[in-house]
Structure formats: C-alpha cells, structure tokens
Design a protein around this ligand. Structure first.
Ligand code: FOL
Length: 198
C-alpha cells in the first residue's frame, strides 16, 4: 500500500471564494504574497536542510511571472493531463505528473521533502480539498468581493474544518504572523489556518 503524507493548501480568496479571473489573480497584495512565500518556503521545517514541495495545476504554473518561476527554494510540481506535451517547456528540476494522486505518492516517499503544499488553482484545490490527507488550509480571507472572478475556491464545510488559534499559525510557520485584519493596497484580509477535524 502507498502511504500518502498529510499535506496543506495555501490560497487567497474573497468572501465568496473568488481566486482568479482570466488566468490571473485579480488583485496585487504584497503582504499576502510575502506570507505565501514565507509559508510555502519555511513552514513545517524547523531548521532542516529539506525543502517543501509546491504542487500546482498547469494554468497556475503559466500564471506565475516567468521571473518568479520555478518558485525558488521549493520543489515545484506541475499537474497536467498531458505530461508529455508540457515537459519540454518546463525548466529542469520541475516535476510533472498526470494526476494529483501520482504526485502525492511520489513526493510522499521523498526524504528530501519536508512538507507538501497544494497552491492551486481552482481545479486542483477542489480535488485536493476532498482528499483526507489534506490536513491544513492556509487561507487568506479577503474582506471584499471582486467582480468578474471566474475561478473559485470551494466553501469549507465547517463540520469538517475548524479555525486554529493564531498561535498555531505561528507555531507551524516558525515565524511571527500578523494577527487580525491586515491592510494592504486599500484592501483588508486575515491570515486564517483551518485544520481538518479528525
Ligand atoms: N496563496 C495566497 N495566500 N496568495 C496568493 O497570491 C496565492 N497565489 C497562488 C497560490 N496560493 C496563494 C498561485 N499564484 C507567485 C505568483 C502567483 C501565484 C503564486 C506565487 C509568485 O510569484 N511568488 C513568488 C513571490 C513573488 C513576489 O515576491 O512578488 C514566490 O517566491 O513565492
């Protein structure tokens, strides 16, 4: 039997779950992007020489500015139903899989990987959220609605997910995290960690 390790999700969404529009993110929030980078790079590895892995769908890969990808100091993994056609366009070291389960199975046995994050987009979040091994959702809850979103993060079933104490976020991050409302570029949001009830 294959053992799938617990993994986490990182996402920023509006109140109704909007995450994207026309292949991109319809806001620019530097404090949230710094949080994304910190969490995916550092969380769950107090002083190790391992790296975290980030799993993303093909459209999310294509949405990351070329100067920022592959995301540095993380093992980048891209999902596509046509691995053979995408592989030639990807930089060396970026892994490609045809399914989320195949990626999780291979990453789960890699001793050089500290923790696995799923970083979107809509299709991958929906599949990953249904996975029992998805233990944590690092959600940036944006306090407003944005018109025209065409990509969504599914609603979290509060019977299955509970918001952690702020102290727990800092504990897993190994860093201070701003508590309460964060103001950035005329928007406000909050860094919330949801954990799956076991
Ligand atoms: N989660 C959260 N909280 N916010 C997001 O914006 C977000 N975005 C994605 C997935 N989860 C998220 C997917 N989209 C980069 C760009 C797009 C993206 C994810 C990451 C990116 O370029 N990140 C760089 C830092 C860039 C910068 O400093 O401006 C990185 O190194 O992580």
């Amino acid at each position: 039997a294959t053992t799938i390790r617990d993994f986490s999700m990182v996402v920023a969404a509006t109140r109704s779950g909007g995450i994207g529009k026309g292949g991109t993110i319809p806001w620019r929030l530097p404090k949230d992007m710094a949080y994304f980078k910190m969490i995916t790079t550092k969380a769950f590895q107090p002083g190790s020489n391992q790296q975290n892995a980030v799993i993303m769908g093909r459209k999310t890969w294509e949405s990351i500015p070329t100067k920022f990808r592959p995301l540095p100091a993380r093992v980048n993994v891209v999902l596509t139903r046509q691995p053979d056609s995408l592989r030639p366009s990807l930089p060396a070291g970026v892994d490609v899989f045809g399914t989320l389960d195949a990626a999780l199975a291979v990453l789960s046995v890699r001793t050089d990987i500290a923790h696995i994050f799923v970083i979107g987009g809509g299709q991958v979040y929906a599949e990953a959220l249904a996975h029992q091994a998805c233990a944590n959702v690092f959600l940036t809850e944006i306090d407003q609605e944005l018109d025209g979103c065409d990509t969504w993060f599914p609603a979290l079933d509060k019977a299955q997910w509970v918001a952690a104490d702020h102290a727990e976020v800092e504990q897993v991050a190994g860093e201070r995290v701003q508590a309460g409302k964060v103001a950035d570029k005329s928007m406000t949001f909050e860094f919330v960690l949801y954990r799956r009830r076991v």
